[in-house]
Design a protein around this ligand. Sequence first.
Ligand SMILES: [Zn+2]
Length: 301
Amino acid sequence: MKDYGVNARWFHLFNEAAFEACAEQELEACVEFKTFRADFQAHPELIPIGVDRKPIRYGRLVQGICLSQKEYLAKIEEELLAGIKQFKPRGIWLDYLTYAGWFETSEPDLQESCFCPDCIADFCNTAAVDAADPQEILACYSEEWKQHKCRKIADFALHYARLIKAHGPDCIVGAYMCPWTPDEFDGALTRIFAQSYHDLAEAIDVYTPLIYGSKSGRGPAWGREWLAQSAGFVPEGRKAQLILDALDYPESLEETARSEVPSWGIQVFAGASLFRDKEKAIVFRNSVETIRNLLPGDRSV
Ligand SMILES: [Zn+2]
């Protein structure tokens, strides 16, 4: 892989074998750190509550949990701390750092959450609002509700980022992002997933939208189009690094390499398999070279 321009590998959690493999292959090691995603069968108490005061509908890809579940939140933090004490990754990408839903689909089932009594009380205290009813919150305080949720996600991001930087000041802190621009699906990026590029800027060095074209019913130019619009919402001084999907290879990478706005390096989901095919590997090398040439002097991964 190194011969074809790969310089880093991303893997789930603080996996000792993966760190060793990276050292052996002289690749930078980057951790995808699972935050707000859980097995709802095993942990029904984590299922966010919808506007009808019932647990939300969910499918296989759902992410997001009720953020009033302090025990579970403590476990996430313990896991992060244990990892950063033991390992020195080049970067840690916070995964599933959102309110509830799933976006790897062309027809998203978007639901407002979480309206459990604790989350409502938290909102009322923080926003100095007196409203106990989910319908009333959405009808009268939708802006406050959205801002509260975005701030909540950003505060967790900042807390995790500070822990990470305290142990490794040079460790890149990334975040996997819902790939929709702020206006798509009636503002669902912030309204449903509570990912505000602006609010997250203090915590996050690199934003990584999940550009999974076929899964999301989009074409190979999606990444390039996203980059072209990114200056409108990615805060200045922050980087955007796309993650493409091996399923969309090679067209999506070739299109991305044509972008005038460079992605700060590239991730490819399930990308290791591409390097078994020399032709595909050569496309990777050429495309990545083109992207790197637009990033003079920058040490991207
Ligand atoms: Zn809740």
